[in-house]
Design a protein around this ligand. Structure first.
Ligand SMILES: CC(C)(COP(=O)(O)OP(=O)(O)OC[C@H]1O[C@@H](n2cnc3c(N)ncnc32)[C@H](O)[C@@H]1OP(=O)(O)O)[C@@H](O)C(=O)NCCC(=O)NCCS
Length: 334
């Protein structure tokens, strides 16, 4: 459907934070309801960017009010579509006023198409990635595919913490030791991530995983900039080789609301796999969330990562939501 006459799509940089606040508050309610995620930290960050007038993206404006937005961020020659969200056309006018109401989905699709066009016509952008966690798998898959993206289904899994041991047994071979995360673990952790994700479906979706430098960037976003909830060093643990002091396994966790924790990373060096380290690290992180008074822990996993899914399911995680990751490469459209 084409946009209704009163719906305009405008450059997001024309809008200051107060103009988007009502929309962001509605979006926050959806994050809370669907994922038990407190979106306020992200909202505050987003509003700072909006006020700096430097956030690339589009706003949908209906009778002078912002009813939708989509934005991206640049990482060198890559653009990452961070979010798209809209409320139905007419909803802010008391509902039912518009004779041809557009659904939120249609407005979001229009916003996404504007972003695709801008980015694909920007010669310095050679790759576009997107993971729209809030939106159910399939919601925008067609628009992404029509624009030349590959789409990958991902799962949002949740495990209740009630009844779990608050101090699970830690049984390690003598050559390994475990401790909580320290800030100076970043570089060694970056090397582990790039090794653990070599030839992995997640490094197709997120090219940061392909190099120690990119993995370090991923870690900075999680650990330093609260890119995914508030990082919790007490939850996050590493397993070290005593002889080399190399990190061979890690779990990272963040608090995403007053009730929910989120595992942002779990990986084990290939040489040490199938010895129970992954399961142990998961249990240690869950116990730490429990001691913090949280009632559930979530994580995301790519559907193709069947081994990890097997591990999570055997630990009691259940799928509560699915969403899509999408990737476009400039040379992929010839
Ligand atoms: C997923 C990962 C962390 C598991 O670590 P691990 O230390 O090998 O896990 P465990 O030894 O505790 O294995 C736990 C269970 O996972 C499943 N599993 C793990 N690797 C498997 C494999 N190669 N084949 C079949 N099942 C496997 C099994 O159910 C296994 O239980 P079992 O050994 O009792 O049969 C590790 O494979 C890894 O780092 N993968 C790459 C990064 C990744 O995918 N991270 C998760 C992103 S969401």
């Amino acid at each position: 459907m084409t946009p209704g006459v009163s719906l305009e799509i405008l450059d997001l940089r024309h809008f200051t934070a107060p103009l988007l606040r009502p929309l962001l508050e509605i979006e926050g309610d959806v994050w809370q309801e669907r994922l038990h995620w407190d979106y306020r930290t992200s909202t505050r960050l987003l509003m700072q960017y909006l006020d700096s007038r430097m956030l690339p993206g589009y706003a949908a404006v209906d009778a002078g009010r912002v009813t939708g937005y989509a934005f991206c961020v640049y990482e060198e020659t890559k653009a990452v579509i961070g979010d798209v969200f809209a409320i139905p056309h007419g909803a802010m006018n008391g509902g039912g006023v518009d004779q041809r109401p557009q659904t939120a989905l249609e407005i979001e699709t229009t916003l996404l198409r504007h972003l695709f066009e801008t980015l694909q016509n920007s010669p310095h952008v050679d790759r576009i990635e997107s993971q729209l966690l809030l939106h159910p798998s399939g919601a925008h898959a067609r628009a992404f595919r029509e624009a030349g993206f590959e789409v990958y289904r991902r799962l949002f899994l949740v495990q209740p913490l009630a009844g779990m041991p608050s101090a699970p047994p830690v049984d390690l071979p003598p050559e390994l030791e475990m401790r909580v995360w320290r800030d100076d673990d970043l570089n060694s952790a970056g090397r582990l991530i790039s090794e653990a994700y070599a030839e992995h479906p997640d490094s197709v979706i997120n090219d940061q995983y392909r190099s120690p430098h990119g993995s370090l960037r991923f870690l900075h976003n999680i650990v330093r900039y609260s890119g995914c909830g508030v990082f919790s060093p007490q939850v996050s643990h590493i397993v070290l080789e005593r002889a080399t002091r190399d990190i061979v396994g890690l779990v990272l966790g963040s608090r995403v609301s007053g009730t929910s924790g989120h595992i942002t990373q779990l990986c084990v060096r290939p040489h040490y796999r199938r010895r129970g380290l992954g399961r142990m690290l998961l249990g240690v992180a869950a116990a730490a969330f429990l001691r913090q008074g949280l009632s559930e822990v979530s994580l995301t996993v790519t559907e193709a990562n069947s081994r990890a899914i097997e591990l999570y399911q055997s630990e009691g995680y259940e799928c509560q939501h699915t969403f899509d990751a999408a990737v476009w490469k400039r040379n992929s459209i010839g």
